[in-house]
Design a protein. Structure first.
Ligand code: ATP
Length: 263
């Protein structure tokens, strides 16, 4: 069914060679093109390992990882990534930080030289979507934590990746800023034609943003439950007061509590 951008089948991933830590085992995950998927689970269940598998930073010992129809055997260039702590270079302006991935990826480097104005316009368009219009010439240290995370999202999207992987990107922010950024990422997803996989501990975040939520078991991680989240879009923050929303969050909380007990 559907057209899968990410398909993980029967994957085992062990750290430190034979006899090492089995991080995930029998992992199966399929994410459709254009979908917003969230992955939740107990601490240490292998969520970050999953990110590394999809981006090709780890190659599994068993099973297969296919992204955009290609078996993953090395780092994947159609992926954008954003992590909890944005690492902006302090000596570069925000705009130049956003353009950085283009200087690193071979394919874009030549294009960047020839079409700089186009890419600058694209960066400015992204800055506008995330609410940072006019901040491109500021240095990262002149921005608040939430603003840096907004810029970080622009940087992850500048090369127009088909897939955006987000590893707890809002974890370090206060509750209000986090909610603001949920709306930013919701709008980016709606406007950019990008598939998103979000790894998070925050169940409200998962249910508010995602079309599909995967619940992982304790280590070795595998998917215990998969939920389709059907709340219509665009979703407003008020949705979180809806009894159906709370019910879904509680259902997930119960499943994770059970998964922890098995550990
Ligand atoms: N380089 C490594 N060497 C050995 N074990 C590792 C390594 N990286 C991760 N692990 C182990 O593999 C398991 C999964 O790690 P991973 O970082 O993927 O979990 P996680 O779900 O992201 O954790 P958390 O929820 O705490 O962020 C953990 O139990 C961890 O101890």
């Amino acid at each position: 069914m559907g057209d899968h951008l990410v398909r993980i089948e029967n994957v085992d991933m062990r750290y430190g060679g034979e006899g090492g830590v089995l991080a995930v085992s029998g992992l199966n995950i399929a994410v459709e093109k254009g979908e917003f998927a969230a992955v939740v689970g107990p601490s240490g269940c292998g969520k970050s390992t999953l990110m590394r598998l999809v981006t090709g930073l780890h190659i599994p010992q068993t099973g297969s990882v296919v992204v955009a129809g290609q078996q993953v055997t090395k780092p994947v260039s159609i992926v954008g990534m954003a992590f909890q702590n944005p690492t902006m270079l302090p000596w570069r302006t925000t705009l130049d930080n956003i353009l950085l991935p283009l200087e690193i990826v071979d394919k874009h480097r030549k294009r960047l030289r020839a079409h700089k104005a186009e890419y600058v316009a694209q960066a400015e368009r992204l800055l506008e979507i995330v609410g940072l219009k006019g901040f491109g010439d500021k240095f990262p240290w002149q921005l608040s934590g939430g603003m840096q995370q907004r810029a970080n999202l622009c940087r992850a999207l500048i090369h127009e990746p088909e897939l955006l992987m987000l590893d707890e990107p809002f974890g370090a922010l206060d509750a209000f800023t986090r909610e603001e950024l949920w709306q930013v990422i919701r709008d980016l997803h709606a406007q950019q034609d990008v598939t998103i996989v979000l790894v998070t501990h925050d169940l409200r975040e998962a249910v508010y943003l995602a079309d599909r939520v995967f619940v992982m078991s304790a280590r070795p991680g595998r998917v215990l439950h998969e939920h389709k989240i059907d709340f219509p879009r665009p979703r407003e923050l008020e949705l979180m007061y809806d009894p159906a929303f709370t019910k879904k969050v509680q259902e997930l909380r119960g499943e994770i509590a059970d998964a922890r007990q098995v550990a």
